[in-house]
Design a protein around this ligand. Structure first.
Ligand code: NAI
Length: 463
């Protein structure tokens, strides 16, 4: 029986990053993964494949809408859907292969199969039981559906099935205007599907900055997505080729409405996944929402068993899991692992991108905090205009008295990258003036961040 310092269960971004950090810290490490490839949901059926499809379809959009105006004449490209999926598979393969290389490079054993935990200090994979001083559960999450909605991954699909559709649907109904619904909805709208998003709340991306919610919805509508807001989906009736989505508007809850679709994408959130691990018999405590309960150092109530990522509390984001993965490795190695949950960015990879970090204006005002808002529109950014991306803005939220940056929301070109300047500023306790006094190269999108910071003081220059 092999003996390890740490066995990590699950090779998604939380698990594999944790394994690498454990190995770097001198711990004898193994990772258990039952899929044929490493990388978990993110690399195999999540973040990475969806970004490949978003990229390809954005190129199509550019060719259809902007090429001629830039003097690039000729027929718009036609879509070879099978080739686009092959490109996506190639991207997945490069990334999962890269993780496998990193496991070998760091001398981490990949125990192939699905794990269970017969007792603290033991991990069973197949017929073999491995001894280990520590266990890190990084088993992730799975899509959660709705009552009355049966997913077959053909007509009624989750994000997994949506990446693999045999053909581009004429009509797609997306249930849920969250991150998955809007990213994949954008992909299919650009491919020519008629996409209708049915959302329970009155705004897209619940919880996000209000200005961004409004601007984002308007931009997506311009791109052809239709929205039915304030609508609770009650069920889906599916045949072999079509489906009907039943919903009721909140303002008339007794009237059943119907909408037809060739494909229905259920994007109503994800739930923690820990099936088959044997948590019940181990007595591992769960939260009310079914997540594994941990303390501030990712310890469960069972000594020697830790948990990180989507299976515990907090936003279900790959980068949050990665941070926890590194930090828990440091805790196990006797160091001081820490994650600043106040500075975890969120990004939606549509065009334009949307990103947020820290507190929202509304949440701060509800707490009674006095805040200043600095806003700058990308229409005033020369680079954005040069590439047809003048939609959107940078919004900085700062303390009215101290000028300290408390949060930000961006919608616009490169928003997913721009947000990190603000993350670093927040980690260093910077003020808006600190950002405003920092020279930003011209012409870059990042000037819009500086202008928003200037707008917190004596005023932006280009507005
Ligand atoms: P979500 O929680 O972001 O959005 C789900 C939406 O469905 C909500 O707007 C909710 O109000 C709506 N909804 C729920 N029940 C409904 C009903 N009966 N009728 C109509 N609408 C209903 O969940 P999503 O988009 O499925 O994403 C799951 C997780 O994956 C999230 O935690 C997300 O952050 C993460 N993710 C992150 C990505 C990124 O960072 N770019 C990309 C994809 C997923």
């Amino acid at each position: 029986m092999a003996s390890y310092d740490v066995i990590i269960i699950g090779a998604g971004p939380g698990g594999y990053v944790s394994a690498i950090r454990c190995a770097q810290l001198g711990l004898k490490t193994a990772i258990v993964e039952g899929r044929d490839t490493l990388g978990g949901t993110c690399l195999n059926v999540g973040c990475i494949p969806s970004k490949a499809l978003l990229h390809a379809t954005h190129m199509l959009h550019e060719a259809e809408h902007n090429f001629a105006g830039m003097g690039l004449k000729g027929k718009s490209p036609s879509v070879d859907w099978n080739q686009m999926k092959a490109y996506k598979e190639d991207v997945i393969g490069q990334n999962t292969g890269g993780v496998e290389f990193l496991m070998k490079k760091n001398k981490i054993d990949w125990l192939k199969g699905w794990a269970s935990i017969p007792a603290a200090g033991q991990v069973k994979v197949g017929d073999e039981v491995h001894a280990t001083k520590n266990i890190v559960i990084a088993s992730g999450s799975v899509p959660s559906s709705l009552p009355g909605v049966e997913v077959d991954e053909k007509i009624v699909v989750t994000s997994t099935g949506a990446l693999e559709l045999p053909k581009i649907p004429k009509k797609m109904v997306v249930i849920g205007a969250g991150v998955i619904g809007l990213e994949l909805g954008s992909v299919y709208a650009r491919l020519g599907s008629e996409v209708t998003v049915v959302e329970y709340m009155d705004a897209v991306c619940p919880g996000m900055d209000k200005d961004v919610q409004r601007g984002f919805k308007r931009i997506l509508e311009k791109q052809g997505l239709k929205f039915i807001m304030g609508a609770a989906v009650q069920g889906v009736e599916a045949s072999k080729t079509k489906a009907k989505v039943k919903y009721a508007l909140k303002k008339s809850p007794d009237t059943e409405e119907l909408i037809d679709a060739d494909v229905v994408l259920v994007a109503t959130g994800r739930k923690p996944y820990a099936e088959g691990l044997g948590l019940d018999s181990l007595g591992v405590k769960l939260t009310e929402r079914g997540q594994i309960a941990t303390d501030a150092q990712w310890r469960t109530n069972v000594p020697g068993i830790f948990a990180i990522g989507d299976v515990i509390e907090g936003p279900m984001l790959a980068h949050k899991a990665e941070d926890e993965g590194m930090a828990v490795a440091e805790v196990i190695a006797g160091k001081h692992g820490h994650v600043n949950y106040g500075v975890i960015p969120g990004v939606v990879y549509t065009t334009p991108e949307v990103s947020t970090v820290g507190a929202t204006e509304d949440a701060l005002k509800a707490e009674g905090r006095k805040v200043k808002i600095g806003k700058f529109m990308f229409m005033g950014n020369g680079r954005a205009k040069a590439v047809h991306q003048g939609d959107g803005f940078v919004k900085l939220i700062v303390d009215a008295e101290t000028d300290r940056v408390l949060g930000a929301a961006i919608i616009g070109p490169g928003a997913g990258d721009l947000i990190h300047e603000i993350c670093v500023a927040m980690e260093f306790g910077a003020s808006a003036e600190d950002i405003a006094l920092t020279c930003h190269a011209h012409p870059t999108y990042s000037e819009a961040v500086r202008e928003a910071a200037l707008a917190c003081g004596d005023g932006a220059i280009h507005s």
